[in-house]
Design a protein around this ligand. Structure first.
Ligand code: XLS
Ligand code: CA
Ligand code: CA
Length: 446
């Protein structure tokens, strides 16, 4: 297997089974193993993100980079460095043996001195990426434009008070949507980088909402014009970098899309750490999206329960992932989406091999959660108990209400006559929690 950056790993990371103590092997993730009749790899559709894992050297607002990343050497020529970065990324993806990757335009291409130069850099690197895709079999899960790092976007992109910034963002999204199409990407993501506000004192909420809706219409129109076959996704996040982000959570984005006639054009990319920042569980955000038919893809990571920011850690809890996976299975799977590891190492995890440990652990955790979810779905206990809870709505009274055949006065009359006299029933939460735990404790790996 070609490559010079990850010499600790010579070939593809193997599946070694649950008894293995080899840190560079999967113990649960067996890509070909059938789960509910579908290979594990096709359920999870795992992706590696290029920003945290290949374009970041560990720097934070308090200090310099700590990670051993020779492809990020500061003194290199920008295009030569970009090529090294891409070589490192594809070597890693091939050795990890996952099917997908994701990137922002700026993760791969130097911006240069002008938009035209940025475009030509990105075109050249897209050619390179096509070659790597062919050689390694890796595919693009999604592309996206970075509309938040450059100072021009300090006050947002589509929601900027200056229409010239809106135009610049439009040019960037058009370019990156077309690059995503050229690479056969299965989705295109819009995360509202700085679409929000720092203070309401200088912000016109009504205007900014209208601008954002216009922008999203333009993107959907361009998608149709060029015949991009993938799915457009919006990624909700409640705060950071701005004090308040407009795409707060799944329900807020859903409402916005419906209000502006954009539902049907966009689905959601749900990130676990953004869910918890919004005061929800990841389970809630996935369940909301599945319930409304708008789940598109997942950014897999976790937050820190004691820290109130976007720590983007690799997921490591089967408990946290099993119920979201149950919702995904109930909803018929991820479609064009997948599980993209939008997660970063801690600054002290400086060795290149730590990238393997992080991804192997995250993928094994996902795989184990998938087995638990499939076991819950097959046993059917949770579904049956939920169904039974609503049984009255399948009876005559429930049906007449839902079909609009009873007025308020009709209902009052039934209550007054004594024909309707509700009896309370247990919600059985603790019993349900025990059912979930028993699946987690007993599901078998092999
Ligand atoms: C930031 C977001 C971002 C998107 C892509 O918090 O997670 O990385 O996934 O722009
Ligand atoms: Ca994300
Ligand atoms: Ca994040």
């Amino acid at each position: 297997m070609a490559g010079d950056f990850f010499s600790d790993v010579q070939g593809r990371i193997p599946f070694a089974g649950s008894g293995s103590s080899d840190p560079l092997a999967f113990t649960v993730y067996d890509p070909d193993r059938l789960v509910l009749g579908t290979p594990m790899a096709d359920h999870l559709r795992v992706g590696v993100c290029l920003w945290h894992s290949f374009a970041w050297d560990g720097r934070d607002m308090f200090g310099l980079g700590t990670l051993d990343r020779p492809w990020l050497a500061a003194d290199a020529d920008p295009m030569a460095a970009a090529r090294q970065r891409m070589a490192a990324a594809f070597e890693f993806i091939e050795k990890l043996g996952v099917p997908y990757y994701c990137f922002h335009d700026r993760d791969v291409a130097p911006e240069g001195e002008s938009f035209a130069e940025f475009r030509s850099n990105l075109d050249a690197l897209t050619d390179d990426a096509l070659g790597y895709q062919e050689r390694t079999g890796a595919r693009l899960l999604w592309g996206t434009a970075n509309l938040f790092s450059h100072p021009r976007y300090q006050a947002g992109a589509a929601t900027n008070p200056d229409p010239e910034v809106f135009a610049y963002a439009a040019a960037q999204v058009r370019m990156m949507l077309e690059v995503t199409q050229r690479l056969g990407g299965t989705n295109y993501v819009l995360w509202g980088g700085r679409e929000g506000y720092d203070t309401l004192l200088n912000t016109d909420l009504r205007r900014e909402g209208a601008q954002l809706a216009r922008f999203l219409h333009l993107v959907a129109e361009h998608k149709a014009r060029i015949g991009f076959a993938g799915t457009l996704l919006i990624e909700p996040k409640p705060m950071e970098p701005t004090k308040h982000q407009y795409d707060y959570d799944a329900a807020t984005v859903h409402g916005f899309l419906v209000r502006h006639g954009l539902d049907g054009e966009y689905r959601l990319n749900i990130e676990a750490n953004h869910a918890t920042l919004a005061g929800h569980s990841f389970h809630h955000e996935v369940a909301y999206s599945v319930a409304h038919g708008i789940l598109g893809s997942i950014d897999a990571n976790r937050g820190d329960p004691q820290n109130g920011w976007d720590t983007d850690q690799f997921p490591n809890s089967v408990e946290d992932l099993a119920l979201p996976l149950l919702e995904i299975l109930r909803g018929g799977g991820l479609g064009t989406g997948g599980f993209n590891f939008d997660a970063k190492l801690r600054r002290q995890s400086m060795d290149r091999t730590d990238l393997f440990h992080a991804h192997i652990g995250g993928i094994d955790t996902l795989a184990r959660a998938l087995l638990v979810a499939a076991d819950m779905l097959e046993a059917g206990t949770l579904d049956a108990m939920r169904e039974e809870r609503y049984a009255g709505w399948s009876g005559p009274l429930g049906q007449e209400i839902l079909e609009g055949r009873l007025s308020l006065a009709d209902l009052a009359e039934r209550v007054e006559s004594g024909a309707v006299d509700p009896v309370r029933r247990s919600g059985r939460q603790e019993l349900l929690e025990n059912v979930v735990n028993r699946h987690i404790w007993t599901v078998r790996e092999g």
